[in-house]
Design a protein around this ligand. Structure first.
Ligand code: NAD
Length: 296
């Protein structure tokens, strides 16, 4: 049994912390939102009055927070109170620069850290089937693995500090671009009188095959489990896709990488959000594209 502090008990953090309790760990949690604390308490998490109280004596400190600024602020608050030798695991999706700054803050206190963002969404968090992509030392990764294994199915050590966040935003840039590509193909197929099923049957076994088509098909019918069959309820909300596309564009600018399709995907999801669809599943972009006038 490991003594674990869990900070950020929201849509993802709540079920992840609950899985650590189920695995027999002692978990102290904290969130700013009373409803999140209530749900965590019901799942067997010891809810502390402050983040500092939650980390007292913890061997592992997990954070699952909205953005880089939250992670850095929480680290400033808790690091002076962290136990000697505590391992910090940040599972939030944040910008690479903040992830590296978080590692530096921990190292300044003599503590090891890991950036370990996840793929798999709320469903994966609940079912403990997340994939973790981790950045940090091999030793920190080895220490984190048994804890990550209780919240997910797979952990990949991607490299040094920030490498986990880099892997996450690169993956999600592929996903955002490929979903738009698949959605555009269905919109064109409709105009050409080609049925959804016919396009699916061909593309899913041809060179157009990809996850956005075969697992998360953006039109109802061919893949019955995809959100398209459920009114585009998320799933993975468009606002979160936009967040990740913005992070990849920020990283591309600071690293000097050319990512023109990533930039276009960001603009398309920004327009979708501006149309009030931030809470819609990101595959709902097909409806947005269908409503667009063709480019001249
Ligand atoms: P969420 O908004 O539901 O949860 C974040 C929680 O952090 C909130 O409950 C908030 O009150 C809490 N918080 C903020 N500041 C705090 C502080 N100072 N101390 C304690 N708690 C604080 O968001 P989420 O959906 O759980 O996502 C969390 C992270 O996981 C984000 O970085 C997101 O991008 C990433 N992520 C989400 C999904 C998803 O499908 N929801 C998938 C992969 C990754």
């Amino acid at each position: 049994m490991t003594s674990i502090a869990f900070l950020g008990l929201g849509n993802m953090g709540g079920p992840m912390a609950a899985n650590l309790v189920k695995a027999g760990h002692s978990v102290a949690g904290f969130d700013l939102v009373p409803a999140a604390c209530e749900a965590a308490r019901a799942a067997g998490i010891r809810v502390a009055a402050t983040a500092v109280e939650a980390v007292a004596g913890a061997e592992v400190i997990v954070t699952m927070l909205p953005a880089g600024r939250h992670v850095l602020a929480v680290y400033d608050e808790i690091l002076p109170a962290a136990a000697p030798g505590a391992l910090l695991i940040d599972c939030s999706t944040i910008d690479v620069a903040s992830a590296r700054a978080a590692h530096d803050k921990a190292a300044a206190r003599g503590l090891a850290g890991l950036d370990a963002p996840v793929s798999g969404g709320v469903g994966g968090a609940t079912a403990a089937t997340l994939t973790f992509m981790a950045g940090g030392s091999a030793e920190a990764f080895a220490r984190a693995e048994p804890v990550l294994a209780r919240m997910g199915r797979k952990s990949v050590h991607c490299g040094e500090a920030g490498a986990g966040q880099a892997a996450k935003i690169c993956n999600n840039m592929i996903l955002g671009i490929s979903m738009i590509g698949v959605a555009e193909a269905f919109v064109l197929a409709e105009k050409l009188g080609l049925s959804h099923q016919a396009l699916f049957d061909v593309a899913s076994t041809s060179s157009g095959q990809c996850w956005s088509l075969t697992t998360y098909c953006p039109v109802p019918g061919p893949v019955p489990t995809s959100p398209a069959n459920n009114g585009y309820r998320p799933g993975f909300a468009a606002a979160l896709m936009l967040k990740d596309l913005r992070l990849s564009q920020e990283a591309a600018r600071s690293a000097g990488a050319a990512t023109p399709l990533g930039a276009h995907a960001e603009a398309i999801y920004a327009a979708f959000e501006a149309a009030g669809q931030g809470g819609t599943d990101f595959s709902g972009i097909v409806e947005h594209l269908r409503g667009q006038a063709p480019e001249a």
